[in-house]
Design a protein around this ligand. Structure first.
Ligand code: CUA
Length: 349
């Protein structure tokens, strides 16, 4: 940036608008033109915050117009002219003093009343029928537990449309911040404490978000997505997540080899997949994401890779290259092992 950039922008006038246009173009490519916009809310809490923001915005416009108009009129009408003497000095005009004290005070009250009402509305207690979800921030991924449903999953939060949800948010290590901008504001995830977010999603769709508190080397790679489904689709997802994983078909040699590789303990370092990951009936590690139904997720590594053969292979070969600082070590896997693990993990759906 700096002068050289501005010089180039002047040489190509349209380039000066690029910082403004680029995000719009990028958004347009993703289908949803506003994937992380607080201005296009899809839940009651997000809508309440957005409505408050719009009210305050118009108060700010009013103040801007009044102040700028007064400034411009004063600059033109009372400018210095040749031969004009010193203007008449006025000091302590009671009407002006009272006006510019009371008018801002009235505007502040007009902003404060809806602000306080909104704070209480979006920080209220969850209704008794709310869906309870525990959110645990980890370096650098999100764990979601649905205690009443017996589901533990990662990074992709599924919620039913139209039902209140109560997120109980905490952290396993450092301070993170859970933020899905279209649904609600940010909420810190702190070790040893539980914070809450209560909202009711009103539209079916997938909403993106990310960690909003700097939490170390891969903070920027700590994305999340919230999939809001119709109640019937959500029930189908719950049913699929709660069935025991299918047993490995003994005729599928590649998948069998993958399961063996998943269980293998490796020297040096004694690393293994099973030490950190749970696959129900196979292993019980809790350091990394639960992989019991990993094949049903759309992304890997908290949203930075697509959950397909190529993405899985990239992640398995060198996690540290994809997510710097990741606790998942880079293990020397043979290409045969990578192919077998990809087949095995994709069969866990
Ligand atoms: Cu987690 Cu930033």
């Amino acid at each position: 940036m700096g002068r050289a950039f501005l010089r180039r922008c002047r040489a190509v006038p349209w380039a000066a608008g690029l910082p403004v246009i680029a995000p719009l173009l990028i958004g347009a490519c993703s289908g949803d033109p506003y994937p992380q916009s607080t201005l296009h809310p899809t839940a009651d809490a997000g809508s309440a915050i957005d409505a408050l923001y719009r009210q305050i915005f118009w108060w700010a416009v009013l103040v801007f117009v009044v102040v700028q108009t007064a400034l411009v009129v004063t600059l033109i009408r009372f400018r210095n002219r040749p031969g004009a003497g010193e203007p008449r000095q006025i000091h302590g005009n009671t009407l002006v003093e009272i006006t510019w004290t009371l008018a801002p005070a009235a505007i502040i009250v007009a902003i404060a009343v809806p602000t306080i009402k909104t704070i209480f509305a979006v920080r209220g207690d969850a209704p008794a029928d709310a869906l309870q979800v525990e959110v645990v921030g980890h370096q650098w991924w999100w764990e979601y537990r649905y205690p009443a449903l017996g589901i533990v999953t990662a990074n992709e939060l599924h919620l039913p449309q139209g039902r209140p949800v109560a997120l109980a948010i905490t952290s396993a290590d450092v301070i993170h911040s859970f933020w899905a901008p279209k649904l609600h504001g940010k909420r810190d995830a702190m070790p040893g404490r539980t914070t809450r977010l209560v909202f009711t999603p009103d539209s079916v769709g997938t909403y993106l978000g990310q960690c909003a508190e700097f939490c170390g080397e891969s903070h920027a790679n700590m994305r999340l997505r919230v999939t809001v489904q119709s109640p019937a689709d959500f029930d189908a997802w719950v049913a699929a997540q709660t069935v025991p994983p299918v047993a490995v078909d003994s005729t599928q040699a590649l998948i069998l080899a993958g399961e063996a590789a998943f269980k293998r303990i490796r020297d040096p370092g004694n690393h293994s997949c099973v030490a950190c990951h749970t696959i129900a009936g196979v292993s019980g590690g809790v350091l990394g994401p639960n992989l019991t139904h990993v094949g049903s997720r759309t992304t890997l590594a908290s949203g930075i890779l697509a959950n397909d053969s190529a993405g899985l292979a990239r992640w398995l070969r060198d996690p540290l290259a994809e997510k710097p600082g990741s606790l998942m070590p880079t293990i020397a896997l043979t290409e045969d092992e990578v192919a077998a693990l990809v087949a095995y993990l994709q069969s866990r759906n």
